[in-house]
Design a binder for this molecule. Structure first.
Ligand code: NAP
Length: 285
């Protein structure tokens, strides 16, 4: 395919990448997983973009293992910053628009309201800092870019919080203790794909937040999963302090996605509706 309307998806074997490949199948699309295109290799990246000359590149590649990023700093910067910079250079050179995904972890998480696009990033983790370095490289190197920040993602095949809860929820045992003092917007890859499908045809540039609406703590989210799947395991609330992790989690991960509808794009569903939709697809196979 060498079409002026063609789309390249990188990081296509990841959770979001797989959903986008499926949901955008009606478009001229070429998908590359890591073994087909490792974005750390600038020459390989440039060769692919030069050969296809896509109109749009959707970059789903990242190192998303938040705790591992703390101890594998070089790998985190390679997967989240160097790779984004390489792709940005190639897109700029060959006239492609780059749509890139980023995260709530670029923020400190200490605001008492949802984060707007213009709020100042202040990451507290290696993951967040490396993702912010990726964003900054794209802003510097690629004129036609759109950075889409999302959060608390789950989708077919996982891995995700939903998949972890389904596994643990099916086991007999004492109540599961789940953090109840971190708040965010649980978001399905399907809801992201619906908006991305529209964004491809919309010349928006800059930075946009894209999560499902409504907010929840991890504990609220876990209880909703147990209820929908009718799993018997009880869930009890605990605090972040009772459940320390190598990478500190933002207390407030909420992103304000209201700019989407102000720009005529579809408002994403409420997180409970998106989860119900996911449950139905899950049960129906
Ligand atoms: N999951 C979430 O909750 C969440 C929340 C907010 C934002 N996001 C963002 O959303 C995007 C998609 O996340 P996801 O959940 O789909 O992540 P994922 O399932 O971990 O997928 C990322 C994919 O990128 C690949 N990759 C890593 N380094 C690469 C490289 N150098 N070149 C090419 N591919 C590479 C990975 O391959 P390997 O498996 O071989 O490493 C993996 O297939 C990311 O930008 C992430 O930061 C995710």
């Amino acid at each position: 395919v060498n079409s002026s309307s063609s789309i390249v998806i990188t990081g296509a074997a990841g959770m979001l990448g797989r959903t986008l490949v499926r949901r955008l199948a009606h478009r001229p699309l070429q998908a590359f997983n890591r073994s087909q295109l490792d974005l750390v290799d600038l020459d390989a990246t440039d060769a692919v973009i030069a050969a296809i000359k896509p109109k749009t590149v959707l970059n789903c590649a990242a190192m998303t293992a938040v705790d591992r990023c703390e101890s594998e700093r070089d790998a985190a910067y390679a997967g989240n910053a160097v790779s984004a910079a390489n792709l940005a250079r190639s897109c700029e050179k060959h006239g492609a628009r780059l749509i890139h995904f980023s995260t709530d972890y670029v923020f400190a998480g200490d605001l008492d309201r949802p984060y707007h696009e213009a709020d100042q990033p202040a990451p507290r983790t290696v993951y967040g800092a490396s993702k912010l370095a990726g964003e900054d490289a794209i802003r510097e190197l690629c004129g036609r870019h759109l950075i889409v920040r999302t959060a608390w993602l789950y989708g077919p095949g996982g891995p995700s919080f939903v998949h972890t809860m389904l596994r643990l929820g099916a086991l007999a045992g004492p109540p599961l203790t789940v953090v109840d003092d971190q708040i965010g917007n649980p978001t399905s890859t399907d809801a992201v794909a619906t908006v991305v499908d529209r964004l491809i045809d919309t010349p928006r540039e800059g930075t946009m937040h894209l999560t499902c609406s409504g907010s929840a703590t991890w504990c609220d989210f876990a209880r909703e999963i147990m209820a929908l799947w009718r799993l018997p395991r009880q869930v009890t609330a605990c605090t972040t302090a009772q459940f320390p992790r190598p990478a500190p989690r933002p207390a407030n991960s909420r992103l304000d996605s209201s700019a989407l509808s102000r720009h005529g794009l579809p408002a994403p569903p409420h997180w409970r509706d998106a989860l119900q939709h996911f449950h139905k697809d899950f049960v129906d196979g």
